[in-house]
Design a protein around this ligand. Structure first.
Ligand code: TMP
Ligand code: MG
Length: 198
């Protein structure tokens, strides 16, 4: 029996915007509506590459900035065969961060152009929808645990937010901005269904 390809849905935003919670809720809502769905996240800290990234984020190790950027990208590429397989099986993937985080976070560091940062991810499966959870970095900083990992400073998150705003100007990407304060899952599904092409 021919089965419809699953959708690739990405959630992006600054740290503590609520992406992880929204991903879980969205997967549950999709499953409830009878659509096979699974959550994924990047970085995926379970792989060998992911463990290197995790130690860096937890400030247990130091990595040169280009190197860690390429590791984040490699961590996506190593999961591409799995992603493609699942999508072909009709499973919708709800992904917590993707290449947009890669570009926004590294280009927020001095000396990195957005253009250079985007290059290693060229050719990754293209998302059908990218939800951007909008939350001011000041609001995000009030949420639990902020400041534990590398990048979790208000100054850096402000810079990241600005880079995301540049990325959202790309009209070839199906961006949808959602208020990260008190957002609900149902509008996601409505818009996702409305814009779904296959
Ligand atoms: P997490 O908190 O969602 O696990 O993400 C870990 C951190 O890594 C977060 O601060 C965003 C950052 N990041 C990058 O710098 N580059 C990337 O490619 C990704 C996916 C995340
Ligand atoms: Mg985090």
């Amino acid at each position: 029996m021919a089965c419809q390809r699953g959708a690739l849905i990405v959630l992006e935003g600054v740290d503590r915007a609520g992406k992880t919670t929204q991903c879980k809720m969205l997967v549950q809502a999709l499953q409830k509506s009878g659509r096979p769905a699974e959550a994924m996240r990047f970085p995926d800290r379970t792989t060998t590459i992911g463990q290197l990234i995790s130690a860096y984020l937890e400030k247990k190790s130091e990595l040169e900035d280009h190197t860690v950027h390429l590791l984040f990208s490699a961590n996506r590429w190593e999961l591409v065969p799995t992603m493609k397989k699942k999508l072909e099986q009709g499973i919708t993937l709800v992904v917590d961060r993707y290449a947009f985080s890669g570009a926004a976070f590294t280009s927020a560091k001095p000396g990195f152009s957005l253009e250079w940062c985007m290059k290693p991810d060229v050719g990754l499966p293209k998302p059908d929808l990218v939800m951007f959870l909008q939350l001011s970095p000041a609001e995000a900083a009030l949420r639990g645990q902020f400041g534990v990992e590398r990048y979790e400073t208000r100054v850096f998150q402000n810079a990241v937010q600005q880079k995301f705003e540049l990325l959202m100007k790309d009209s070839s990407v199906n961006w949808q901005v959602q208020d990260g304060l008190g957002c609900r899952v149902s509008p996601f599904i409505v818009s996702f269904k409305a814009r779904r092409k296959n």
